[in-house]
Design a protein around this ligand. Structure first.
Ligand code: ATP
Length: 369
């Protein structure tokens, strides 16, 4: 049997297919992840994230493909290999905390070591270490039910990492927490993962969670990969309108490439409300003259001024201006199109203002529709 690892990746998922009846929940998906890295599977409900995770965990059998961690093959139907979940040496953290209410925090965390028949002194020392790591030392002897939601999630994380598994899998672990706690826990969770250095796969539909925590992101739709890359790449160079729209907020305008002006540079013509304008922009990979495209501009990359200047291409009216402290969230009407803009408070934009919008070509991106 071939356990060769040509990619050099630690976690390898090759051409994974999982069917539910006729539904291709995961459709030819491949992952190569280096050891110690944090990968997020990101996408809307039903795109196949959890099914992918469960397939890696061995909680689903798969219809085709190959899953391997290091030199251990987890699943390979073509070779009749299916390693049962308990033999995969994986730590899991779910949305529901799944900790035992009748046990103390320390007993919960010790459990995976007890079933591995590790000696008591070693168990005690490792439990103390991970409780310190997740900030629960003081809570060690409390019953799990006496903890807050955030603390319970830390306890389940401690239990998942205490046996130093090969791989950590997270399925929307923060979605039961309130927004403020969720934001704190993102940073905390990433710090802990960094410290323990366990290769991790994280499932979420929350793009800001993915951007904050991940070394790599895979954006999925309908069981397939739309794009994979680092957070900055996914945010600033989305390959198509779907990714652009899903990651962060973007202004998306349909147009066509009127001219290619240099390597990866061009002008896109957009028609709106009878006016025809050309915007210089970056052309995504494989886009050429005459192609129909979506022009994607992030709100923070639109400049709105009251006085017309050389760079101003579009004239619009501010129809909403919400002060957010460090910026003003504006909507600017241009024909039937509404621009989303983040403006500096000092610009002092107000509802009813007439404004001129300009765009930095370096941050105006033409992508596949
Ligand atoms: P969510 O965030 O809502 O969990 P997801 O991206 O994780 O969504 P999956 O749960 O992986 O998506 O589901 C992918 C597809 O497979 C969906 O169409 C879903 O209805 C289907 N599916 C998932 N689990 C089963 C199952 N046990 N039986 C039948 N169909 C399933």
């Amino acid at each position: 049997m071939n356990t060769e690892n040509a990619s050099g990746a630690y976690l390898q998922v090759r051409n994974l297919v999982k069917l539910f009846g006729d539904d291709r929940a995961v459709d030819d998906l491949s992952i190569n992840l280096a050891e110690g890295k944090f990968l997020t599977l990101l996408g809307p409900s039903g795109c196949g994230k959890t099914t992918t995770l469960m397939s890696i965990a061995g909680l689903h059998t798969i219809d085709a493909g190959h899953i391997q961690v290091g030199d251990v093959v987890f699943t390979s139907p073509a070779n009749n290999i299916f390693l049962p979940p308990e033999k995969r040496d994986i730590g899991m953290v779910f949305q529901s905390y799944a900790i035992w209410p009748h046990m103390t925090v320390a007993e919960n965390v010790a459990y995976p070591l007890e079933i591995r028949k590790i000696e008591r002194p070693e168990i005690d020392s490792r439990v103390a270490d991970v409780l310190a790591l997740v900030g629960l030392t003081e809570m060690a002897n409390k019953l799990a039910t006496q903890l807050s939601g955030g603390q319970q999630q830390r306890a389940s994380l401690a239990r998942a990492i205490v046996s130093r598994p090969r791989l950590l899998l997270f399925d929307e672990p923060l979605s039961n927490l309130d927004l403020k706690l969720r934001e704190q826990m993102r940073v905390e969770l990433k710090r802990i993962q960094n410290e323990v250095g366990i290769t991790s796969v994280y499932v979420t539909h929350d793009q800001s969670e993915a951007l904050v925590m991940s070394d790599e992101i895979i954006v999925m739709s309908k069981g397939r990969i739309e794009q994979k890359g680092g957070p900055l790449e996914i945010y600033s160079q989305p390959v198509n309108g779907y990714v652009s729209n899903f990651i962060g907020v973007a202004n998306l305008l349909k147009g066509h490439v009127a001219q290619v002006t240099g390597a990866g540079r061009g002008e896109v013509e957009v028609v709106e409300n009878g006016s025809r304008i050309r915007l210089p922009c970056i052309l995504g990979a494989g886009i050429g003259e005459g192609d129909g495209v979506v022009l994607s501009v992030r709100p923070e990359n639109v400049r709105a001024v009251r006085e017309k200047n050389g760079g101003a291409h579009i004239e619009g009216e501010v129809i909403q201006a919400i002060f957010l402290g460090n910026c003003v969230d504006c909507r600017v009407r241009w024909g039937n199109f509404e621009w989303k803009i983040l403006s500096h408070p000092r610009a002092g934009l107000r509802e009813g203002d007439k404004v001129y919008l300009s765009f930095d070509p370096e941050h105006t991106l033409a992508v596949q529709p």
